[in-house]
Design a protein around this ligand. Structure first.
Ligand code: AP5
Length: 260
């Protein structure tokens, strides 16, 4: 009999405002067993809890810079290990195979190399450390205007957009009625700095995965071509990208989806 398919060990990557959070929420609604981890959300949680890491992150995020690679890796590792041990306890197994989607990590080539040191592997599962890279490629002018229209409910992290998904009452959260605020890094100046650090530090990481994917395809030869590791979605709206992204994940990991 066929061995069971490996769990998803996926990344969703793209420039600030490319829709990583929005499309991840849609994917999780369709495939709720996926464990989702967002580097930015974890940092914002540290900031609101006033931890040492949070104090460091506050300034870096405000300036549109990047946190040190090792700090990010340690934070992600700690959180993944916590989720893996919760999952193992829930399934009373020491080798729970957990499907994972990382949003905003890795963000530099060095982070990608650290992740490749088998972080997402669990127990007896010996597949590649990352088995799907979803790249959202959205033009800078589109992301700039989206981010400027974004409002958040800070305690819950719920996100609204004046044009795309406005709140029922302008300026107020749909669930609690509390006031919405701007993210500290959503000013025009900071967005420019974030786009710059994306081009300088994140683009080489994207090239790293693209190359890995091309090399694996070439090695496999003309017959039996594996599905590529790296998939790029070019577009200007998440509505347009979503059906394509869903199809790519479902083709490789059909068991994850609860609805047709
Ligand atoms: P992070 O929180 O990861 O921010 P980001 O990558 O800049 O991404 P965003 O959250 O701004 O955008 P998104 O792609 O999720 O888009 P969204 O769906 O919200 O990181 C913040 C900071 O933390 C970094 O700048 C860095 O300092 C630090 N950091 C994080 N990870 C790090 C790492 N690994 N290493 C070092 N430092 C790290 O969509 C954006 C807007 O568009 C929303 O308003 C949404 O409603 C709207 N929208 C979505 N789809 C559509 C549509 N179809 N049409 C119109 N509007 C739409």
């Amino acid at each position: 009999s066929q061995p069971p398919p490996p769990p998803l060990r996926g990344l969703i990557i793209g420039s600030p405002g490319s829709g990583k959070g929005t499309l991840s929420s849609r994917l999780l609604a369709a495939a709720p067993s996926i464990h989702y981890l967002s580097g930015g959300d974890l940092l914002r949680a540290h900031i609101s809890q006033r931890t040492e890491l949070g104090k460091q992150a506050e300034q870096v995020i405000r300036d549109g810079g990047l946190m040190p690679d090792e700090t990010m890796m340690n934070m992600i590792r700690t959180e993944l290990e916590r989720q893996q041990s919760d999952e193992a306890a829930a399934s009373s197994s020491t080798s729970a195979k957990m499907s994972t989607l990382l949003d905003g990590f890795p963000r530099t080539r060095r982070q990608a190399e650290m992740l490749d040191e088998s972080l997402l592997r669990t127990g007896s599962d010996a597949g590649p450390p990352v088995n799907l890279v979803l790249h959202l490629d959205v033009p800078d002018d589109v992301v700039m205007s989206r981010i400027l229209d974004r409002w958040i409910h800070e305690p819950s992290g719920r996100t609204y957009n004046d044009r795309f998904n406005p709140p029922k009452v302008k300026g107020h959260d749909d669930v609690t009625g509390e006031a919405l605020v701007k993210r500290v890094d959503d000013s025009p100046e900071t967005i420019k700095a974030r786009l710059q650090s994306f081009r300088k530090s994140t683009q080489p990481m994207i090239d790293y995965y693209r190359r890995q994917s091309d090399e694996a395809q070439a090695r496999a030869g003309a017959e039996a071509k594996p599905r590529p590791l790296y998939v790029c979605f070019t577009g200007t709206s998440s509505d347009e990208i979503w059906p394509r992204l869903r199809e790519q994940v479902a083709m490789r990991f059909p068991g994850l989806f609860v609805e047709k």
